[in-house]
Design a protein. Structure first.
Lengths: 113, 114
């Protein structure tokens, strides 16, 4: 029973364009959502998070949108840079970022120069 | 400020053996969580320790056990290793007081069971 789903295993975009990574969840009790980025041979790096009381959170080039009615969130990266090439994981929790995280399977983003 | 560190980096064990993985939390953090990441999958929650007490456990058998020490470092122990235990084991630390904050991950330990 996969409660957090990232249906696109991979995404390829041109440098300077927008990257949009999508994530769906099934458990309406999740109240906190996070995106992590992972390079090979490194642990996941926290990128950005959003509480269920908000529908948007921005941090520089990264924006996360949350649509609670659709149980859907997305990460927008604008503009995309080659250094953004990595695997991106969507994660959800019940009581904040320190609690048990339920991860999706990840989306591999490739940004081409 | 030192980040989360894990040791060893890589480990090869034989089925049936026991293994201990170690994690040092980021300075100032009081919570540590362990995750297992199989190839092609997202990390799966094993358990969490908060102030030296287990504070939640995922769907893993009792042969997975852990400890958190007074300095908030942690160990993950796995007994009777099985081939399916081959994975990347990730430790994450965070600070929790009232609200709980984001987890910061170490680089992981790659365990291979043959």
């Amino acid at each position: 029973d996969q409660q957090v789903k990232q249906n696109s295993p991979s995404l390829s975009v041109q440098e300077g364009r927008i990257s949009i990574l999508n994530c769906d969840y099934t458990n309406s009790m999740f109240d906190y959502f996070l995106w992590y980025k992972k390079y090979p041979a490194e642990g996941p790096t926290f990128l950005i998070s959003i509480s269920s009381i908000k529908d948007k959170n921005e941090d520089g080039r990264f924006t996360v949108f949350l649509n609670k009615s659709a149980k859907h969130l997305s990460l927008h990266i604008v503009p995309s840079q080659p250094g953004d090439s990595a695997v991106y994981f969507c994660a959800a929790s019940f009581r904040g970022g320190s609690e048990k995280l339920v991860f999706g399977k990840g989306t591999k983003l490739t940004v081409n120069p | 400020e030192t980040g989360v560190t894990q040791s060893p980096t890589h480990l090869i064990k034989t089925r049936g053996q026991q293994v201990t993985l170690r994690c040092s939390s980021q300075s100032g953090h009081n919570t540590v969580s362990w995750y297992q990441q199989a190839l092609g999958q997202g990390p799966q929650f094993i358990f969490q320790y908060y102030r030296e007490e287990e504070n939640g456990r995922g769907n893993f058998p009792p042969r997975f056990s852990g400890l958190q020490f007074p300095n908030y470092s942690s160990e993950l122990n796995v007994n009777a290793l099985e081939l399916d235990d081959s994975a990347l084991y990730l430790c994450a630390s965070s600070f929790k007081q009232g609200w709980s904050y984001e987890q910061y991950f170490g680089p992981g330990t790659r365990l291979t069971v043959t």
